[in-house]
Each structure stands twice: as C-alpha cells, then as structure tokens.
Ligand binder design. Structure first.
Ligand code: FAD
Length: 449
C-alpha cells in the first residue's frame, strides 16, 4: 500500500506492543495518527524468539488493561504466538490505523516549514510529530571477544530456535538473564552438556506465598521504581515462565549437570577464560531473592493478609562443586564444545531517525519519552520512566503519558488570542471565508511542540 505524499499529525514507527499502545492513547486523545510497521504486528514475538518461549509473566499480568487472554487460565504463561495474536486482536479491537509492510527509512526535520519529512519504503509522509516505537531490542549484540573460529557454531539468542539447530557436542551459553538461563535449561533437558556463563543478575522467586512475583513487584511498588543512577539502572533479571513457571535456581541447574562459570572474559587459541566472579554473582542474586521475600513478608504482616507461610522458600541449596572450585579456563575442543549461544542482549538502532535527540554516545535523550528534539518521542525503552517501561503492562502507561503530552501541545497550538478569535469571527462573516490569520491557523494544526 502506498503512503505517498500523505500528511498526518503524528506518525508512530513500529507496531509491537509499544506502537499499539501509542495508537490506543492517541485515538483516545483524538490525535490523528498513523502507525507504520515494516513487517507484521508484534513481529518480534513471531520471528525473533525461540520456539518454546512463553511470556515471563502470567496472563493476568502481561497484558494491556483493555483485553484479557480469555482462552487462557489467568495464571498460565502465554506462548509467544499467543502473545502476537493478542496484540493483533488488540489492534483490531481499538481499530488502530496500522499499515504493515512499510519501513521507515529516514526522518528529517523540515528546514522551511514545521514538522518532519519521513521517507518510507512506500512513499513520503509529512508529520508534525514522530513517535519511535521500534523496540528496545533491535540489534542483537555479540561482544567483540567472540572468537573468530570457523569450527564453532555461534549464534545470538535472537537466532536460537531449538536444540536441534545446534551441532552435536557441548555448548557454552554466555549470559544468564531470562533468555540465557531458559535456553541453557532447554539445551540441558535435550541432553546436551551445557556451560552457563553467569554474570550479575536479579533473581526473584517465581512465586511466594501463593502470589506470582509480578504481583509482589506490583504491590511493593517495584515495577514503578524509577531509574536511580544513569548507567547503573540495568541489571538483568533471571525469570522463567517455562514448564508452568519456576524460580530460576542456578545451583539446582548445576545439580542436574550444568556447569556454571563466571563471566566470560576472553578467547585465546581455543581456550576461553572466565572471571572468578561466579560465587559473587550468585550471592548477589540470592540477596535480591531474599530481599523480596523479606519485603513480601513485611507486606503480608502490615496488611494482615491471609497468605500461607512458605519458610522453605528461604532454603538456598549448598554451593555445588562448579561454584566452590570454579573453572577459570576451558579448552573448548577438549571439552567437546561445538557451539556458543550469545545471550548477551540487544542494542537500539536509530539510524533512520536523523534528529537531534541523542547524546554523544547515540543514546536517546528524553524525559519520560519526550525527547530533546521537539516533536520526537521514544516509547518502549527500558527504564523510560520506570522498571516496567519495556514490559507489556508498563509500556501502556508510558504511551499514555506521551499521548497526553502530544494532546496538550496540540491544545496550546490551537489557542487563539482575542484578536485571532475576532479575525476568525470576521472571516466567518466574509463571503469568501478568508482570514488574515490563515498562516496562524496552519501552524495550529500542523505545528510541532
Ligand atoms: C526473549 C524475550 C522475551 C520477552 N518476554 C517478555 C514477557 O514475557 N513479558 C513482557 O512484558 N516483556 C517481555 N519481553 C520484553 C518486551 O515486552 C518485548 O521485547 C517486546 O517485544 C517489546 O515491544 P516493543 O513494541 O517495544 O518492540 P518490538 O516488539 O520489537 O516492536 C517494534 C516493531 O518496530 C518495527 N520496526 C523497527 N524499525 C522499523 C522501521 N524503521 N520502520 C517500521 N517498522 C519498524 C519492528 O518490525 C517491530 O515490529 C521480552 C523480550 C525478549 C527479548
């Protein structure tokens, strides 16, 4: 479908959960808008995740307020295809003006008139505002330490689909956030010898005293925690909804045969070196885990809730051999390692957004998504306003704030002072309907904040 020479007030780029949420709130505010998606709605959930992935949060939690997963038990974890179908259904329900199969190639501020010119794969658009909803996880990142070794199969977690994809032999999984630990677990269950490189992480209990950790983070206000120190806001969180949901327990995985190692440091001539931080990283994860139990117990007591006690949740397994005597080096060939899965995260890619909204490191500069370039917004980024910002339920709230901001700016621009109002009235009385303030009217409908 062509979008040639289209004009729109607000253009939203990307139709994942962030773009769909933006559309809902812009519609509620009466802001004319269009959402462009280069692939399909919720494409990331369809093609950029492994086959067995289910949502990390239960169906009652990982959703928008306006629609439930009515075919699922509220405590179940939706399979990834179901999550994609959910957002497709949501977009239909709110009648979101989404055009799929249209890629935004570039956004430039106009020098001679208000607004932006947007080049797309299907034509040119003029818009007053642009919302970048292209996701927090755009470009898979493999660190430069990755060995240049053709005998090894190396993939990023975004390319991982299932154990059959990997060659015979042992595997090193680098990174033990939710993706790394779930992939390592799946590979081990498939009978592979797995080495899991574990860095610093948070490790909440899947559930405690009959409540999922999503509930605990909600009632304890943890989802709403704002980023504290720039640069220290992100610690990977190891949770899993797989197999009905369970607490990630690294020692338990080791007891089942997985070899835990510290952070991967370097590769040299077929030998990989690990940092000696494994025990510290596990201890930090335990601390985070126990703190949540303490806070939960205090909440139960404070509110007089009748939730069953669960003292066994405080039992931490003894350190296995691989933790007490950690491997600091591994000869990959001797250990039979034939593949590496890099579960090392993603970067953003805003090369298409040629505006002044980035710091010197290319990081978006914004306050709760309102960028330093007037008229440009970001939504869906981790810690955009709070811990929940890049998660399904959290992005919906950030999108509301941004839509409110856009609507408020439009209201300011629509304001006419007394002389303008008088001129308006005069114009209505004129036979040709012209106004001396036609230029001002144009700005009020096409201007940017
Ligand atoms: C493995 C994994 C599991 C996760 N599980 C959960 C979970 O269980 N619960 C939860 O709350 N969160 C989860 N998340 C986090 C988050 O919910 C997802 O990453 C989610 O997909 C982010 O949504 P988004 O709309 O911000 O970005 P995306 O889903 O990535 O959507 C962005 C869209 O923009 C499109 N796009 C990009 N560039 C352009 C362009 N130039 N022109 C047009 N379109 C473009 C893309 O095609 C894409 O469809 C998970 C993340 C990962 C990586």
């Amino acid at each position: 479908m062509t979008v040639e020479k289209m004009e729109i007030d607000t253009l939203v780029v990307g139709a994942g959960q962030a773009g769909v949420a933006m559309s809902e709130h812009l519609s509620n505010q009466g802001v004319p808008h269009l959402v462009l998606e280069r692939n399909r709605i919720a494409e990331a959930w369809r093609t950029q995740r492994w086959d067995s992935l289910v949502a990390n949060g239960p169906a009652w939690h990982d959703r928008f307020p306006g629609l439930e997963f009515d075919d699922l038990d509220p405590d179940a974890f939706a399979p990834k295809e179901r999550v994609a179908a959910y957002f497709e259904a949501y977009a239909k329900k709110i009648n979101a003006p989404i055009r799929t199969g249209v890629e935004v190639k570039s956004v430039e501020r106009n020098s001679d008139r208000p607004g932006f010119t947007i080049e797309t794969s299907k034509g040119v658009i003029e818009a007053n505002r642009v919302v970048a909803a292209t996701g927090p996880f755009q470009t898979p990142v493999i660190p430069p330490i990755a060995p240049d070794d053709e005998t090894l199969t190396q993939i990023h977690s975004a390319e991982y689909r299932n154990p059959q994809q990997l060659p015979k032999g042992a595997v090193l999984v680098v990174g033990a956030g939710s993706s790394g630990v779930q992939i390592a677990d799946e590979l081990q269950r498939a009978g592979k010898q797995v080495y899991l490189s574990v860095g610093p992480h948070d490790r909440p209990p899947r559930a405690y005293r009959n409540r999922d950790f999503c509930w605990w983070l909600g009632v304890l206000g943890e989802w709403d925690v704002e980023a504290r120190q720039p640069g220290t806001e992100h610690v990977t969180i190891a949770v899993s909804g797989a197999h009905g949901g369970h607490t990630v327990d690294f020692r338990g995985l080791a007891n089942q045969g997985m070899t835990l190692v510290g952070r991967t440091q370097s590769f040299d001539d077929g030998v990989v070196t690990f940092e000696s931080d494994l025990a510290d990283n596990l201890a930090r994860g335990d601390e985070n885990y126990l703190l949540l139990l303490d806070a939960a117990d205090a909440y139960v007591a404070r509110n007089g809730l009748d939730l069953p006690e669960e003292p066994e949740a405080r039992h931490i397994l003894p350190d296995p051999e691989c933790v007490t005597h950690p491997l600091l080096e591994l000869d990959l060939a001797k250990a039979g390692v034939t593949s590496i899965v890099w579960a090392t995260g993603f970067a953003v890619d805003y090369r298409w957004l040629n505006v002044n909204a980035f710091d010197k490191n290319g990081k978006p500069q914004h306050q709760r998504g309102v960028s330093s370039e007037p008229g440009v917004y970001f939504v869906g980024l981790p810690w955009l306003s709070r811990r929940g910002s890049s998660f399904i339920w959290g992005v919906w709230h950030d999108a509301k704030h941004i839509a409110d901001h856009i609507a408020t700016q439009r209201k300011y621009l629509a304001y006419h002072d007394a002389s303008q109002r008088q001129a308006e009235d005069d114009r209505k009385d004129r036979p040709d309907g012209t106004s001396p303030y036609s230029q001002v009217q144009n700005v009020s409908t096409m201007g940017v904040s």
